[in-house]
Design a protein around this ligand. Structure first.
Ligand code: HEM
Length: 161
């Protein structure tokens, strides 16, 4: 489950469901870098871009690497600060459904992987469609091959290896 949590977090880093978010300044303020913010100013922050910024995620920021979320010593999942991994917003308005969303994603992924071998159709174009929430422009075409009982049992036995 640690690896699945890491894989889902890595997918949300590169393809956040909410790609852009905006806030309104409630009273005059100054950002740590000196930017002056007047009351009423609208601030847009690009969650999509932040997930692909080298200064935040390092040289391999464009690569899909679930391992970056796993502690090298024991492979356990390590969360990142909400102001670094902003897919769920941060601070007092952090997504209220974050834990529930992970639970749902893991449940769906585990249920499918338990029953089927999933293979993405070769050369299928995978492109994001930017909107208020992000979609896949052409959906995701996959082939499913049902696992037989012995295969499912093997999968169960391998958990924790
Ligand atoms: C992968 C799934 C999800 C992502 C990426 C996500 C992301 C976000 C983001 C970015 C915000 C902040 C929006 C803003 O700035 O106003 C937010 C707020 C919120 N989300 Fe989610 N969300 C997810 C799933 C869910 C689910 C499943 C629920 C409920 C069961 C939920 C409930 C909420 C609520 C109630 C807020 C408003 C919190 C507040 O303003 O205090 N979210 N979410």
């Amino acid at each position: 489950m640690d690896y699945l949590q890491a894989a889902l977090s890595e997918a949300l880093r590169l393809y956040p469901s909410v790609p852009l978010d905006h806030k309104e300044v409630v009273e005059d303020d100054i950002f740590p870098d000196g930017t002056i913010l007047k009351k009423g100013t609208k601030v847009i922050y690009a969650i999509y871009s932040m997930g692909r910024t080298e200064a935040i995620w390092g040289k391999d920021c464009r690569d899909y690497k679930p391992e970056r979320w796993l502690r090298s010593s024991d492979g356990r999942f390590m969360s990142e600060p909400a102001y670094k991994f902003t897919a769920f917003n941060g601070g007092p308005r952090l997504c209220l459904g974050k834990d529930f969303a992970y639970y749902q994603m893991k449940f769906v992924a585990a249920s499918i992987i338990y029953r089927y071998h999933v293979k993405v159709v070769e050369h299928h174009p995978v492109e994001p469609k930017l909107a208020l929430t992000m979609y896949m422009k052409h959906g995701l075409k996959v082939t499913l091959q049902r696992r037989d009982h012995a295969d499912r049992q093997k999968l169960i036995n391998s958990i924790g290896d």
